[in-house]
Design a protein around this ligand. Structure first.
Ligand SMILES: [Zn+2]
Length: 286
């Protein structure tokens, strides 16, 4: 094979591999006419397939195609012998049908099993060209030829490539994730030092301090009140003592006048204490 043609075939098989998932060994469906041509032209079919497809091959023949060769009689015995060396492809046609129809059904509408078809049937080749990703091989004047990709194959390839360029739904989500994650660092940069600290302070004030403050206030106020009350009591005692001491004196009136404001003060303090207690009682449940 010429270097140029080998390069073209290698490129074409790379297309089938990359775009449609063809893998070695390539499964090659060989029809009865191809077997006949190979024996008549003395072509080493497997070897030629190897070089044309630029890789390992697994020639296969369907039950219907080998049945066609049996029907041809002993004149085509070499073709039958050749076909028997191939792997048998079960097509599950109970009554043998024409080879072209059998291969069409085996390839199906999408060639999901990724077969290469080696056929000498012109109508079958035309039919297979309408199915994307079906490499077609035929023999022309004892030279095995791999057909250039069909229009259906090229369209399908371009479609898959176009799809590959655009992210899928799940990929979009993945792409959206990193983009949102890149934004938070910017936010971190923006506020700089002081703002986060101020936010932290606020948080500290709002959550742990209020109960502490209430408790402190509650405790402090009563103690202050108690102190005041104690002072008041002392003053009371002092006053009482003073009264007893100065009972006979005329200063009684002046003391009494002094007492009144003090008593008012006491009442006020008591009222403050009670409000403080009330505040405490309300604050504790929360
Ligand atoms: Zn069949």
């Amino acid at each position: 094979m010429r270097q140029k043609r080998a390069k073209a075939y290698r490129k074409l098989m790379a297309l089938y591999s990359m775009s449609f998932g063809f893998r070695q060994p390539y499964q090659v469906l060989v029809d009865s006419e191809m077997c006949k041509a190979a024996t008549e032209l003395k072509i080493e079919l497997a070897k030629q397939l190897n070089s044309v497809l630029q890789g390992d091959v697994k020639p296969m023949i369907t039950q219907c195609c080998i049945h066609e060769l049996y029907l041809l009689g002993k004149t085509q015995q070499p073709a039958v012998d050749l076909a028997k060396t191939f792997e048998r492809r079960k097509c599950n046609h109970r009554e043998p049908i024409p080879g072209e129809e059998c291969l069409t059904s085996v390839v199906g509408e999408t060639n999901k099993h990724r077969y290469v078809v080696a056929t000498q049937s012109q109508p079958l080749r035309v039919k297979l060209r309408s199915i994307p990703a079906v490499p077609i091989v035929h023999v022309n004047r004892s030279v095995m030829v791999l057909e250039p990709p069909s229009d259906a194959t090229i369209r399908s390839k371009e479609h898959t490539e176009e799809q590959a360029l655009h992210p899928t739904g799940s990929e979009k989500q993945v792409l959206a994730g990193p983009s949102t994650s890149t934004e938070p660092p910017r936010k971190k940069k923006g506020p700089k030092g002081p703002n986060p600290l101020s936010v932290k302070k606020k948080k500290v004030d709002s959550t742990p301090k209020p109960p502490a403050k209430d408790k402190g206030k509650g405790k402090e106020k009563p103690t202050v009140g108690v102190r005041d009350a104690a002072v008041g009591e002392k003053r009371k005692r002092d006053e009482i003592d003073d009264r007893e001491k100065v009972a006979s004196s005329e200063q009684q009136v002046g003391d009494a006048q002094q007492d009144e404001p003090k008593r008012k003060k006491k009442r006020r303090r008591k009222a403050v204490d009670s409000t403080a207690v009330a505040a405490e009682s309300t604050s504790i449940p929360s």
